[in-house]
Design a protein around this ligand. Structure first.
Ligand code: FES
Ligand code: FES
Length: 206
């Protein structure tokens, strides 16, 4: 019977022959050396940086802007036009502080490229009024119900609330809460906001 120690140590076993051969001839590289990989050419983004002409109506006024195509509508409003009512909360579409109306519908301006607003009507909190110099009923309702504390979320809340009423989602407190769930208030003024929207919904008659 073969002694297992002979199998492990005998030069006749293939593994042992390989090791001995390697020791005599110099260790053969076990891993093939790969050729150096040429560095990838950086993508040419110069076209993106070229200013593009954009015509936007904001709060009823025409603006002709030369913008970087990557600029968001939020940054265009705040940095190029000087309207700072739309707030930058998260800048990632998660808090609603940047809400504006575009062609009458609420949109998150931090997720909207300014160039995509070409030829469209944008309304910010500064442009929302009740006509004839009056406060818009939604603004008045927020004051009546003390629906803000620090006020940072309030412009977005009010513009979302206007859409909530116009789109027919203010029929009950539950419906209002559901529709307004994308607008976060760190001060937790939610019950007051719902009460304000209910009041304004009757006054807006929509
Ligand atoms: S800043 Fe746009 S959703 Fe938060
Ligand atoms: S009032 Fe402060 S975040 Fe809403």
């Amino acid at each position: 019977m073969t002694d297992t120690r002979d199998i492990c140590t005998s030069p006749s076993t293939p593994r042992r022959r390989f090791l001995i051969g390697s020791a005599l001839t110099g260790a053969a590289p076990l891993i093939a050396r790969s050729e150096p990989v040429a560095a990838a050419e950086p993508a040419d983004t110069s076209d993106l940086r070229k200013p593009t002409s954009v015509d936007i109506h904001v709060n009823g006024r025409p603006f002709h802007l030369e913008l970087d195509t990557r600029l968001t509508l939020l940054d265009a409003l705040r940095e190029e036009i000087g309207l700072t009512g739309a707030k930058k909360g998260c800048d990632h579409g998660q808090c609603g502080a940047c809400t504006v109306l575009i062609d009458g519908r609420r949109e998150l301006s931090c997720l909207t490229l300014a160039v995509s607003a070409q030829g469209r009507d944008v309304v910010t909190i500064e442009g929302l009024d009740g006509g004839g110099g009056d406060l818009h009923p939604m603004k008045q309702a927020f004051i009546d119900h003390d629906a803000f504390q620090c006020g940072y979320c309030t412009p977005g809340q009010i513009l979302s609330a206007v859409s909530c009423v116009r789109e027919g989602h203010a029929g009950s407190p539950e419906e209002i809460r559901e529709y307004m769930s994308g607008n976060i208030c760190r001060c937790a003024a939610y019950p007051n906001i719902v009460a304000a929207i209910s009041q304004a919904s009757e006054q807006m008659g929509e």
